[in-house]
Design a protein around this ligand. Structure first.
Ligand SMILES: Nc1ncnc2c1ncn2[C@@H]1O[C@H](COP(=O)(O)OP(=O)(O)OP(=O)(O)O)[C@@H](O)[C@H]1O
Ligand SMILES: [Mg+2]
Length: 481
């Protein structure tokens, strides 16, 4: 539970989020924050693992320094350890490339999270969202096309994927039609208001007649605007600005539903996704500038006044929205983070459809391989290589301890089992399903993600070992500048 300075509470088990929100002063600890951030940026998942591994490597380095090894020898040894670990990782990777496998990877990413109870549903949503926008030819996924919108209320189970855009808004008039099929969307960033002169102005109204004239002028102005829109063939309006009451009323009378005060970025997204253009002058309204949608509707999500506008698009591969529901803003926020992890995992698998088995299985296999290499090394580096192997053990040990086992004992058994059965898929049975075989449990992670974790953690540790002095500005003395 993270409590910010102004008392906001966040509950999460996302490594990157935790470490980013900690008030860290220590300069070395700050490097670890950066480390988890880079894992988050590149891969999106595995941010806890990378910090645990880096921490373990630093701990091992301290022991080696105490034994009298020179930092350069440790660096050399860790470098070799890392290389051996990656060689082994390459040996134990598997190809996975059907939709079921994508779901399996997403489920593994979700199973340690608050949404684990609904991991099936969330994994399916993540996979469908990514597949809807993925460019399979280029093996690329544009994340800007997947929007995750949270709305407090309902249950996590009510979370849904919408093939289109969700606006947290309602129709500008309660009597407007609630649904438009085959929508032609007029996207405006001009207000439905009478024009105002740019300089200061006064209008003196001296008689009832004057007032009537002004009223009529305004009326005609609105009438022209709405007529213009009606004639152009638009049947739905999205506007960045407000509507005058009169204009709103006229739109309702003409059966043209409209949404007002839509944010600038959303307006742009709608234009992009529906193939329309943003119009900033009433004279420019023309049918070729309208966006197209299969259906636009206003739906009420709960018992309260919880309305949203759903814009279901007809253009494939344009934009999808995941509408996350949950009992409180804390749950909704955490569910959004979990979905982000799952989406990243699926994207990575589309980019590189290779996996290694989770639950610490890959780390144990690498640790065994690296330790074997250390035994065959005669130079002093063997100590650092062996230490690298021990650092890799920290992941399965943590997983075992967090599942209520005795960490060291469980690890020892697993290692024996992996050697005896020559099976790199044996890992920690976190959910007590009665088998250590992660292939049967379908617990696997992206090969790239694991590779990146090992590489990044080693890099940071090497960087820290290379530091031989820490200098702060005030240490430099009076003559410094
Ligand atoms: N059902 C499971 N059984 C065994 N191990 C599992 C299971 N599900 C996940 N794991 C393991 O849990 C670890 C992932 O934990 P977690 O998702 O909390 O951390 P992370 O991925 O390192 O960081 P992040 O906070 O970014 O998700 C991986 O080593 C994974 O193999
Ligand atoms: Mg994870």
């Amino acid at each position: 539970m993270l409590i910010s300075q102004d008392g906001d509470v966040t509950v999460t088990n996302d490594g990157a989020t935790i470490i980013e929100n900690m008030n860290i002063e220590h300069p070395i600890a700050k490097l670890l924050v950066e480390l988890s951030k880079s894992q988050d940026d590149e891969i999106g998942d595995g941010t806890t693992g990378v910090v645990i591994l880096a921490g373990a490597l630093l701990e091992q380095a301290q022991k080696l320094l105490d034994k009298g090894l020179h930092p350069l020898q440790i660096i050399e040894g860790f470098d070799k350890g890392c290389k051996y670990a990656l060689d082994n990782l390459d040996e134990i990777k598997f190809d996975k490339n059907n939709t079921e496998d994508l779901k399996g990877a997403a489920k593994t990413a979700l199973s340690s999270k608050v949404v684990s109870k609904y991991q099936d549903k969330f994994a399916e949503i993540a996979v469908n969202a990514v597949l809807a926008v993925a460019d399979t030819a280029r093996k690329d996924v544009n994340f800007d096309l997947i929007k995750i919108v949270g709305k407090v209320g309902g249950n996590l189970e009510d979370t849904q994927l919408i093939l289109g855009i969700v606006l947290d808004k309602e129709m500008s008039h309660p009597q407007m039609p609630k649904k438009v099929t085959d929508a032609s969307i007029c996207i405006l960033n001009i207000p439905f208001e009478p024009p105002k002169p740019k300089s200061k102005y006064n209008i003196d109204i001296k008689s009832a007649e004057d007032y009537k004239k002004l009223y009529e002028t305004e009326q005609n102005y609105f009438k022209d605007m709405v007529d213009n829109i009606k004639k152009s063939g638009a049947n739905f309006i999205i506007c960045q600005w407000g509507f005058d009451d009169e204009a709103n009323h006229l739109l309702m009378h003409n059966n043209i539903p409209a949404v007002r005060w839509v944010g600038g970025t959303e307006i742009e997204q709608i234009a992009l996704a529906s193939g329309g253009r943003i119009i900033n002058n009433f004279k420019d309204i023309a049918v070729e500038k309208f966006g197209k949608a299969y259906e636009v509707k206003e739906v009420n999500l709960g018992t309260k006044n919880d309305k949203v506008i759903l814009i279901e698009l007809c253009l494939a591969k344009k934009a999808v929205t995941i509408l996350v529901r949950g009992g409180s803003s804390m749950i909704v926020d955490e569910a959004k983070r979990c979905l982000h992890d799952a989406i990243c995992v699926v994207r990575n698998m589309i980019k590189e459809p290779k996996i290694v088995y989770g639950g610490g299985a890959a780390e144990i296999s690498c640790s065994l391989y690296v330790a074997e290499k250390a035994d065959n090394t005669s130079s002093i580096e063997q100590y650092a290589i062996r230490a690298f192997a021990e650092a890799l053990d920290s992941i399965p040990i943590s997983l075992a301890e967090n599942s209520g086992y005795n960490g060291i004992e469980y690890l020892a058994n697993l290692k024996t089992k992996q050697i005896k059965e020559n099976n790199p898929c044996l890992g920690v049975d976190c959910l007590k399903k009665g088998t250590n075989n992660m292939m049967i449990q379908k617990v696997f992670e992206g090969y790239n993600s694991k590779k990146q974790q090992i590489q990044l953690a080693t890099q940071v540790c090497k960087m820290i070992l290379k530091i031989d002095d820490v200098i702060k500005p005030h240490d430099l003395g009076e003559n410094s500048f």
